[in-house]
Design a binder for this molecule. Structure first.
Ligand code: NAP
Length: 256
């Protein structure tokens, strides 16, 4: 089925765009007509994504940029580079950059807790703040900010004390951002993926996945494109009356 063209003339920035869910989001947005800025700490993989993006609409222009979302200066440089290239801020922003450093509560090192919070939670804060500041300053009256939480931020997961805390934080951040930004026409929503087949979940041992799969009503892991479909809906006017919500994209996952 051909993708609808709901994002024609939109400029979107996607952090973590070099891999997994972020890459699928970049591909879906481009196929719907958006100009896409692929932003990732891994420049090489960002360029690989760039090479996959379609240009089916006049005026569509994509670019790849390096960024470390956990550093304020790096995020500000990203926004400056986008604005000097396109002469406008991105009206769609997806914070998909994320990491895991798994460990149990009783043994986790402080540095592993801090690192995951810095990338997943602070990184989402910095990008959300920089994009919304730029939109407000430019007088843009329509925007869609999409954050990527996780089902484990809601239900917890053994061995992910840092990750689940970071993702619960992303959920709360998104609801507050929605309350503060609605007056500017900026909607903020969060997607909560379950277990999606990406390089991140390749690290999960097979025996662990075999234990989890029976708790997924749909009986399988999700595909990055299935998360990207929901992001495209949230980016588009089809979701124009939706803000401050979190949408599970988890195949009915219940972690017992
Ligand atoms: P992924 O394939 O590992 O992609 C994450 C991307 O983010 C990678 O390209 C990574 O680069 C980049 N990144 C890491 N730290 C960064 C930083 N400081 N600044 C900029 N980019 C950075 O992971 P994924 O599975 O697609 O995950 C995407 C998002 O979905 C994450 O927020 C993740 O927590 C969330 N999520 C995933 C699942 C799942 O089952 N896969 C479930 C729930 C939520 P490197 O590869 O160089 O580190």
């Amino acid at each position: 089925m051909a993708a609808p063209y709901r994002l024609v003339s939109r400029l979107a920035v996607v952090s973590g765009g070099g891999s997994g869910i972020g890459r699928a989001v970049c591909q879906r947005f481009a196929s719907e007509g958006a100009s896409v800025v692929v932003a990732d700490c891994n420049k090489e993989s960002a360029y690989e994504t760039l090479a996959l993006l379609s240009h089916n609409h006049r005026g569509q222009e994509h670019m790849a940029l390096g960024v470390d979302v956990s550093l304020k200066d790096s995020v500000e440089t990203l926004l400056n580079n986008i604005q000097s290239h396109y002469f406008q801020p991105p009206s769609v922003c997806v914070s998909a950059a994320g990491i895991t450093q798994d460990g149990f509560l009783l043994t986790m090192e402080e540095k592993d807790f801090d690192k995951v919070i810095q990338v997943n939670l602070k990184g989402t804060f910095l990008l959300t703040q920089a994009v919304s500041k730029a939109l407000v300053a430019a007088g843009v009256t329509k925007g869609s900010i999409i954050t990527v939480g996780s089902i484990v931020g809601k239900v917890g997961n053994v061995g992910q004390i840092n990750y689940s805390a970071s993702k619960a934080g992303v959920d709360g951040l998104t609801r507050t951002a929605a309350k503060e930004l609605s007056r500017y026409g900026i909607r903020c929503n969060c997607v909560l993926p379950g277990f999606i087949a990406t390089p991140m979940t390749e690290k999960v041992p097979e025996r662990v996945m075999n234990k989890i799969t029976p708790f997924i009503l749909m009986g399988r892991m999700g595909k990055p494109a299935e998360v990207a479909d929901v992001c495209a809906f949230l980016a588009s006017d089809d979701s124009r009356y939706i803000t401050g919500v979190s949408i599970e994209v988890a195949g009915g996952l219940f972690i017992g």
